[in-house]
Design a protein around this ligand. Structure first.
Ligand code: NAD
Length: 313
């Protein structure tokens, strides 16, 4: 099936081509983001394949539908960048990669936590300049501390298991509590209790209208002084990391660029680590993303059931 692949970086091109070897879909790689201005590049393509910063709103979907596109396949779990209901109205199917190495993101969240708590990036910058001073680098033991996990799905539950292994008490909050989380050793509490009782808070829920700015000035006012906030979910939920400045709140950091004032301020804070949406970026996760994407395009072409259809489509 002729497929326009937007936001195609070099690794997307090589790994998707490799995953597509047996299926043989005709892939048209486009480095640009999908926007109303670039949608015309997909003319003649029955499928478009997108990533998290592509714009797949009602306007773009209409443009694509008018050109004959019938399938949108996102190379991600999150689908907040796609207007699934508009696609439904236009008779277009939307698929995602609902299942790929959740370990990649959970392990990265632990990495960020350790880096912020123990000031590893800051220490590394200092030693490169010959500064071996320890002043300002003190962290705290995670052992014995309380970790709050908001969203105890695939990634959140793995993160919880790792933190239990560190000897932490793990609190959870989820719209749909899962007994498996409690069997692991976690305990569900209301969100305000989680915020007030946790030394570390990690966000693992999808970005929806309900979770947008789930961490804002009001919720931060409940948080312990010195607590660490890790956000590997979506920029619109909160800032990456929070320590002390209880009144701060920012938005949509996952899609900002370096010229953005907010991100410039954030990266200038010594207690904040901002990464460029890279938590999923492991050999295992990317391999599964590409394979699932190709399988979805093949299933659509054959009229077979679409196993990874986006909710609401
Ligand atoms: P999942 O669907 O397995 O789990 C999400 C959990 O959030 C579910 O248990 C759900 O019930 C819960 N939830 C939904 N709405 C909620 C609410 N209002 N309050 C509390 N909990 C709520 O998803 P997952 O695979 O664990 O992924 C979680 C999120 O991580 C994704 O939605 C995506 O935004 C993000 N993600 C980021 C990267 C990255 O590279 N940074 C990669 C993959 C996923």
């Amino acid at each position: 099936m002729k497929t326009a692949v937007f936001s195609a970086r070099r690794y997307d091109q090589s790994l998707l081509s490799e995953a597509n070897r047996a299926a043989g879909h005709e892939l048209l790689f486009i480095q640009d983001r999908l926007t109303p201005e670039t949608a015309a590049l997909a003319r003649g393509c029955t499928a478009v394949c997108v990533f998290v910063n592509d714009c797949v709103d009602a306007e773009v979907l209409q443009l694509l539908a008018d050109q004959g596109t019938r399938l949108v396949a996102t190379r991600s779990t999150g689908y907040n960048h796609i207007d699934a209901a508009a696609a439904q109205r236009l008779g277009m199917a939307v698929v995602r990669v609902s299942d790929y190495s959740p370990h990649s993101v959970a392990e990265f969240a632990v990495g960020l936590l350790l880096a912020v708590n123990r000031k590893i990036a800051r220490a590394s910058m200092r030693t490169r300049e010959g500064n071996f001073e320890l002043e300002g680098l003190m962290g705290f033991d995670l052992h014995g501390k309380t970790v709050g996990v908001i969203g105890t799905g695939k990634i959140g539950s793995i993160f919880a298991r790792i933190m239990l292994g560190f000897g932490c008490t793990v609190l959870g909050h989820d719209k749909h509590p899962d007994p498996a989380f409690e069997q692991l050793g976690g305990r569900y509490v209301p969100v305000h209790e989680l915020l007030a009782g946790s030394d570390v808070i990690s966000l693992h829920c999808p970005l929806t209208e309900e979770t947008h700015h789930i961490v804002d000035a009001a919720s931060l006012s409940h948080v312990k002084r010195g607590a660490i906030l890790v956000n590997t979910s979506r920029g619109g939920l909160a800032i990456d990391v929070y320590e002390q400045e209880a009144s701060l709140f920012f938005q949509d950091l996952s899609s900002t660029i370096i010229t953005d004032d907010v991100i410039q301020r954030l990266v200038s804070f010594p207690n904040v680590i901002v990464t460029g949406h890279q938590a999923f970026f492991t050999v295992e996760a990317i391999g599964q993303i590409m394979a699932t994407t190709v399988d979805s395009i093949t299933a659509f072409e054959r009229g077979a059931p679409l196993l990874n259809r986006v909710p609401g489509n």
